[in-house]
Write a protein that binds this ligand. Structure first.
Ligand SMILES: *Cc1c(COP(=O)(O)O)cnc(C)c1O
Length: 756
C-alpha cells in the first residue's frame, strides 16, 4: 500500500488529521486498518484445513507484528513521525495478551505466524482467559501473583455471533467465539478462535488470583491453569479442556460441512493438531458429535483417528496428564462410554496393562489416548523424540513405529529478529538482501562477511546499542540501573527445578565469595533472570526468593557490586523477551540433560547473536551440531547417563556436597548469616534442604564443570573480535531454527495442506 494511501485511510478512519489525533485514536485506527487488510487475505482454503488446538497461545503484542507482516510498518512509523507521533508510544498502549504460560504457548504463536506466512490455512483454537496466567510482582522478596487484566475494549479481539451449546455436568452452557486475525509475512491471514462464556464474572477474583472454583458459569475462563492443588481446581481444568474441545469439534464439523464434506470424508477437510495433552478430549468428543450426525461408532473412530495428530512436549512425569475416571463421569459423562470403548479396543488388541488408556486404578491416561487414536505422534527436538522412542514411550513406539516422528521446534524470524532487533535485521539485509526473512536458510550467506573486521565491529556495535536500549528501558520502567560495559548473561524461562536456575545462582554465589576473598574479575558481569513460578510450586518460589536475596546482598556490597550484579526482572513475558534477548551475550540453557524437550528461548538467543552456555539437552544438541564446539560452551552429564542414574536411583547429592568444598560453601551460603538476615529462613532453609537431601534435577554433579566452562566463556569474551565472530556464526547458522522450516516439515509429513 503506497504511503499516501495509508495516510488517506488513516485520516479517514480517524475522521481528523493525524496531528490532531490522540495516541489512543491512532492505535484504534491502526487496528482497524490492519483488520481490513487481513480480512482480504483470509481466503477459503483449498482442500484440508488445519485446526491447531492449544490451551495456550502466547502471541505477544500484535500491532507491530501485524504491520511488519502486512508490509506497512516502516511507512506507518515514518508517517506518524512526520506528525510528531512515535510508534513505540502507541505500542505502549497495547497490553500483552495473557493467553499463555511459556514455551508451549509461544510455539503455538510462532506456528500460527509461519502457517500464514507459508500460505497454509490453519486456525488456532483456544480459550479467552480473562486474566490469563497471572502478573508477577515481587513483595518482601517473594513472588506475588496478581490478576493480569489484559482484556480491553480497545484490542484485537472481535466478538463473533458464533457460539455452541456445550453440556457439562448435565448443564447447558452457550459459548461465544472471539476471533482475531493472524497475519503472515507477505502471506495469507488465518484466525485464532478463542471461546468464552458470557456469564463469566471478573469480580469473582479476589485475594490475589484466588476465586470460587465451584461456580463454573462464572469462573470457567477466568484463568489459565487454575490452581490444581485441590479437587475443585482439577475439575475446573477438565471443564476448561472439555469446553475448549467441544467448541472446537462443533466449529470443525460446521466449517467442513459448509465446504462440502459429508463427514464420512472429514479427513479430507480437517486435520487437528493436539498441542500437548490438554486438548486430548477432542478425540472422544469428535467421535460423539459425529455420532449425533448419524455416523456409527466404528466409522467415527476411524475418521477421527485419520483427522488427529498429537505433539508431545515433555517427558516430565508430572506433566503427563492423568484424570480420575470419576471426574470425567461427573463432568463429561457423555464421553465416558466412548473412552471405555476406546480402552476396550486397546485391551483386546494388545492385552497389555502398560498401554491401556484406563488403568487398573480407573485413571485415564491422556497421552495414551492420543497415541492410540491419532495417526502421528511427534517430539519437538531430535534428542527428545529419541528419548520418547527409546525410553519414555518405548512400549508405544514398539506398537506404532510408523506414527513416531520428530519436528524440531522453531521461532518466527518476523517477531524474534525483525521486530525485536531491527538494527541487526537491517544490517544483515544490507549484506545479503532481505530473502532470509522468508527463506531462513539464506542466513548462511552472512557467514562469509564474518571474515571482515568491519562486520565484527559492526556486530559489537549493534549489540552495544541493544544493551543500551535495554538498560534505558529497565531504568525507565523499573528503576533498575545496569552497566552496559558489563557482560550481559541471561537466563529467562519459566522457573522450574529442571531448568536449574539454582545452578546459575550457585555460580553467582561462588563468584561473590571469590570477590570477597579478593579475587577480582577482569570485567563485571550482569546476570539477568526472568521467570515466573507456578503459584503452587513452593521450591520454585523459594528459588526466586533466593535469587532476589542474593542480588540484594551483592548490591549492598561496595566491592562486589562493582564486579557482579544480579537482576531479577519481574513479570517476564513476550514484550520483555523482545527487549532482553537482543541485548544478551551469554544465553544460559542449563537444564538437566534429557529434561528439556526442546527449548525455543535457546533459538531466539542464538538468532540474536548470543553465545550459548548449555547442556546437551533439547535443541541445544542441534545448536551445538550447527555451530561446532568453538561457538558454544557445553558442559554437564549426557542424557543417557542421567536416564541411567534415575533408573538406578543411585544419585546422592550429599556426596557431591561433601567432596567439593567450593560447592559446599556456595550451598551453605543460602542458610548463612548474610542470607538469613535479609531473607526468610523458611524459604531459604527449605531450598537448602531440598538441594542437600534430594536435588531431584541433579544440580550438584554439573556444578564444577559449569563453573569451569563459564569462566572460560568470560575469558574468551575479552578477545572482542573472536567473540564477535562466535556471535556472528551463531546468527549465520540459525537458519534451521525458523518455525517456517518446522511448519514445512509438519505440512510435508503430517498435515498435507495446499498453499493458497
Ligand atoms: C520463548 C519464550 C519462552 C520459552 O523459553 P524456554 O527457554 O524455551 O523455556 C518462555 N516465555 C517467553 C515469554 C518466551 O518468549
Amino acid at each position: 500500500m503506497p504511503v499516501e494511501h495509508i495516510k488517506l485511510v488513516l485520516e479517514t478512519t480517524l475522521g481528523k488529521s493525524i496531528a490532531d489525533a490522540t495516541n489512543e485514536e491512532i492505535y484504534a485506527a491502526l487496528i482497524n486498518i490492519v483488520q481490513g487488510l487481513a480480512a482480504n487475505k483470509n481466503k477459503i482454503p483449498h482442500g484440508r484445513k488445519l485446526y491447531y488446538i492449544s490451551a495456550e497461545f502466547l502471541i505477544g503484542k500484535l500491532l507491530s507484528n501485524n504491520m511488519i507482516n502486512l508490509g506497512i510498518f516502516d511507512d506507518v512509523r515514518d508517517l506518524l513521525k512526520e506528525y510528531g507521533k512515535d510508534i513505540t508510544d502507541i505500542e505502549e498502549l497495547e497490553l500483552e495478551p495473557s493467553l499463555g504460560n511459556g514455551g508451549l504457548g509461544r510455539l503455538a504463536a510462532c506456528f500460527l505466524d509461519s502457517l500464514a506466512t507459508l500460505g497454509l490455512s490453519g486456525d488456532g483454537i483456544g480459550l479467552n482467559y480473562h486474566f490469563g496466567l497471572f502478573k508477577q510482582t515481587f513483595k518482601n522478596n517473594l513472588q506475588t501473583e496478581i490478576p493480569d487484566h489484559w482484556l480491553s475494549p480497545l484490542g484485537w479481539l472481535t466478538r463473533t455471533g458464533e457460539g455452541y451449546d456445550v453440556i457439562m455436568a448435565g448443564k447447558k452452557y452457550h459459548s461465544t467465539m472471539y476471533d482475531l486475525y493472524v497475519t503472515g509475512y507477505k502471506g495469507r491471514a488465518n484466525k485464532l478462535h478463542l471461546f468464552d462464556l458470557d456469564t463469566v464474572d471478573d469480580t469473582l477474583i479476589a485475594d490475589g488470583i484466588g476465586f470460587n472454583k465451584k461456580k463454573i458459569s462464572k469462573n470457567l475462563t477466568l484463568c489459565l491453569y487454575p490452581d490444581d492443588s485441590d479437587d475443585d481446581g482439577r475439575k475446573l481444568r477438565i471443564y476448561q479442556q472439555y469446553f475448549m474441545v467441544s467448541n472446537a469439534a462443533h466449529l470443525i464439523i460446521e466449517e467442513s460441512l459448509s465446504r462440502g464434506s459429508d463427514l464420512h470424508d472429514l479427513f479430507d477437510y480437517a486435520v487437528i493438531q493436539i498441542n500437548d495433552t490438554h486438548p486430548t478430549m477432542v478425540i472422544p468428543e469428535l467421535i460423539r458429535q459425529l455420532g449425533e450426525h448419524g455416523i456409527n461408532m466404528t466409522e467415527a473412530i476411524d475418521i477421527v483417528s485419520k483427522c488427529c495428530a498429537y505433539t508431545n512436549h515433555t517427558i516430565l512425569a508430572e506433566a503427563l496428564e492423568k484424570w480420575p475416571l470419576s471426574y470425567l463421569e461427573e463432568i463429561v459423562p457423555q464421553l465416558v462410554p466412548i473412552i471405555e470403548v476406546l480402552d476396550n479396543r486397546i485391551r483386546r488388541k494388545f492385552n497389555d496393562e502398560k498401554v491401556a488408556i484406563i488403568d487398573s486404578n480407573d485413571t485415564v491416561h491422556m497421552a495414551r489416548l492420543d497415541i492410540h487414536y491419532t495417526y502421528s505422534t511427534n517430539g519437538v527436538a531430535s534428542l527428545h523424540t529419541e528419548i520418547l522412542k527409546n525410553s519414555e514411550l518405548k512400549d508405544f513406539y514398539n506398537l506404532y513405529p510408523e506414527k513416531f516422528n520428530n519436528k524440531t521446534n522453531g521461532i518466527t524470524y518476523r517477531r524474534w529478529l525483525l521486530q525485536a532487533n531491527p538494527e541487526l535485521a537491517d544490517y544483515i539485509a544490507k549484506k545479503i538482501g532481505p530473502g532470509f526473512i522468508r527463506y531462513s536458510e539464506e542466513l548462511s550467506d552472512f557467514e562469509v562477511y564474518l571474515n571482515q573486521e568491519d562486520t565484527l565491529n559492526d556486530l559489537l556495535t549493534i549489540k552495544k546499542v541493544k544493551k543500551t536500549q535495554l538498560a534505558d528501558y529497565l531504568l525507565k520502567t523499573r528503576n533498575i540501573t545496569v552497566d552496559t560495559e558489563s557482560i550481559f548473561d541471561m537466563q529467562t524461562k519459566r522457573l522450574h527445578e529442571y531448568k536449574r536456575q539454582q545452578l546459575n545462582l550457585l555460580w553467582v554465589i561462588k563468584r561473590y565469595l571469590e570477590i570477597k576473598q579478593g579475587l577480582i574479575p577482569k570485567r563485571k558481569v550482569t546476570v539477568f533472570f526472568g521467570a515466573k513460578a507456578a503459584p503452587a510450586y513452593t521450591i520454585a518460589k523459594d528459588i526466586i526468593h533466593a535469587i532476589i536475596v542474593i542480588s540484594k546482598i551483592i548490591d549492598a556490597d561496595p566491592v562486589a557490586s562493582k564486579y557482579l550484579q544480579v537482576v531479577m526482572v519481574d513479570n517476564y513475558n513476550v514484550t520483555l523477551a523482545e527487549k532482553m534477548i537482543p541485548a544478551c551475550e551469554f544465553s544460559e540453557q542449563i537444564s538437566l540433560a534429557s529434561k528439556e524437550a526442546s527449548g525455543t528461548g535457546n533459538m531466539k538467543y542464538m538468532l540474536n547473536g548470543a553465545v550459548t552456555i548449555g547442556t546437551e539437552d533439547g535443541a541445544n544438541v542441534e545448536i551445538h551440531n550447527f555451530v561446532g564446539d568453538k561457538n558454544i560452551y557445553i558442559f554437564g552429564m549426557q542424557s543417557d547417563e542421567v536416564i541411567k542414574a534415575y533408573e538406578k536411583g543411585s544419585y546422592n547429592s550429599k556426596s557431591y556436597y561433601k567432596k567439593d568444598p567450593v560447592l559446599k560453601k556456595a550451598v551453605d551460603f543460602l542458610v548463612g548469616k548474610e542470607a538469613m538476615s535479609l531473607g526468610n529462613k523458611e524459604n531459604l532453609k527449605r531450598l537448602y534442604d531440598e538441594l542437600l537431601n534430594k536435588d531431584w534435577f541433579m544440580t550438584f554433579p554439573d556444578f564444577s564443570e559449569y563453573c569451569k566452562v563459564r569462566e572460560k566463556a568470560y575469558e574468551d569474551y575479552e578477545d572482542r573480535e573472536a567473540f564477535a565472530k562466535k556471535c556472528g556464526i551463531n546468527i549465520a547458522r540459525a537458519g534451521f531454527f525458523s518455525s517456517d522450516r518446522t511448519i514445512k516439515e509438519y505440512n510435508n509429513d503430517i498435515w498435507h495442506l495446499e498453499a493458497n
